[in-house]
Design a protein around this ligand. Structure first.
Ligand code: HEM
Length: 402
């Protein structure tokens, strides 16, 4: 495919279609195109969109594609110019680092996020879910499921893990909402990140003096990490740890309410929950137009030559609907055998928090199903404000009744 070079050609390229069909399904354009196609990036450069499952795995495991965001252009937001000039994605923020630097951070964290460690948290997570079910009930019907249930659960869990006081959630929840808004300005990005760094910097100093039984305290004991790096790591975990799971809890509930026969099956047989979670992760694929990688040299994938310096956006929603992954991909089937979906990414950056997320999702959906047998939407679906303006899809609010 010849890439456009002139300004006019570029204008004709499609940009990433972030809106969803029927509130949930990836835009048709994403599902019907070739596995790799040209895409106009927010910063105005021409790059590539990957929608094919095999092609996505090739990109995500190939070290010739860099995750260092300052090198390239985003599909949905621009990396601020000031960050490009720094030629850095920020101390400690290993999501945007390549090997071997990435491994220096990830290696220290992996041991805290194993299946075994996360299982040990299960009981505490169930208590948190029970408290939030009480809070939802106490709010009275109709109530916003996001505010009373889907947002507090992952926020409380990640706060406890890191040792961040939940009473101080306002700051990181606001920063997260700002950073993940598609149309946020460079100034907002820089200011939001700085506010989070400052807040965490103070917290880290307090923990150096008086360590507690939490992850930030443990990180202060790693000799090689500076306060700035620990703040970067903690900031990444705080944001990645609550925005994603929150939206899976609420959008998953919305999807089940719109597929009553699936919800009924789940109520009849709770042992289907782990499979249902996996299928909802695949079907909903809340991470939009991300991961983005930048070619460090010319690479041929799926017969297309990606030129050094070009950005590639992997569309997880499209990839997870590729018939190369599962049969009948556009059907939500909670009894489907677990698939090798890419909802948590693939390669060295595959989600560090995935075991935790699965436990939170199973506990959250199970709690809702048991406590509210008559759960239903309190407004027509078209009145639910969807997050088409955000990098992570979901619902801004989900009014429910029971
Ligand atoms: C990475 C999705 C929950 C922490 C990722 C990536 C995806 C993802 C797609 C890969 C990004 C890339 O390749 O550039 C999700 C989804 C979640 C979830 C769908 C919930 C349903 C969590 C939680 C935590 C977390 C609960 C923290 C406790 C991280 C971190 C990375 C990451 C630290 C970066 C890993 C690395 O660069 O090595 N996640 N995530 N995530 N996630 Fe998650």
């Amino acid at each position: 495919t010849p890439m456009p070079t002139t300004h006019d050609d570029l204008r004709d390229l499609p940009s990433y279609p972030n809106e969803r069909d029927d509130y949930i399904n990836p835009a048709r354009a994403l599902l019907s195109g070739p596995p790799i196609s040209p895409l106009r990036f927010v910063g105005g450069s021409a790059g590539w969109l990957v929608t094919g499952y095999h092609e996505a795995r090739e990109v995500l495991r190939d070290p010739r594609f860099s995750a260092e965001r300052w090198r390239g252009d985003d599909a949905m937001r621009e990396v601020p110019e000031s960050i490009r000039r720094e030629r850095s994605s920020g101390a400690g923020s290993f999501l945007a680092m390549d090997a071997p630097e990435h491994g220096r951070y990830r290696g220290q964290l992996t041991k805290y996020f194993t299946v075994r460690r996360m299982r040990a948290l299960e009981e505490r997570i169930e208590d948190i879910v029970a408290e939030r079910l009480d809070a939802l009930e106490a709010a009275g019907k109709p109530a916003d499921l996001v505010r009373h249930f889907a947002l507090p659960i992952p926020s409380l869990v990640i706060c406890e893990m890191l040792g961040v006081p939940y009473e101080e959630r306002e700051l990181f929840q606001t920063v997260a909402a700002q950073l993940l808004r598609q149309d946020r300005t460079d100034e907002e990005f820089v200011a939001g990140r700085a506010a989070l760094q400052t807040y965490l910097g103070t917290l880290i100093q307090a923990k150096r003096k008086e360590p507690r039984d939490d992850l930030i305290s443990l990180l202060t004991a790693v000799d090689e990490f500076t306060d700035e790096e620990i703040a970067g790591i903690a900031g990444l975990l705080l944001i990645a740890g609550h925005e994603t799971t929150t939206n899976m809890l609420s959008l998953g509930t919305f999807a089940l309410l719109r597929h009553p026969e699936q919800l009924r099956r789940l109520r009849e047989d709770e042992s289907l929950l782990p499979r249902a979670v996996e299928e909802l992760l695949r079907y909903l694929s809340i991470v939009n137009a991300f991961p983005v990688r930048i070619a460090l040299e010319d690479v041929v994938i799926g017969g297309v030559t990606i030129t050094a310096g070009q950005s590639v956006a992997v569309s997880i929603p499209a990839v997870n609907r590729d018939p190369a992954l599962v049969d009948d991909p556009d059907t939500l089937n909670i009894e489907r055998a677990r698939s090798s979906h890419l909802a948590f990414g693939y390669g060295i950056h595959q989600c560090l928090g995935q075991h935790l997320a699965r436990i939170e999702l199973v506990a959250g959906y199970r709690g809702l199903i048991r406590r509210f047998p008559g759960l239903r939407l309190a407004v027509p679906p078209e009145e639910v404000p969807m997050r088409s303006d955000m990098v992570i899809y979901g619902a801004h609010e989900l009014p429910v009744t029971w």
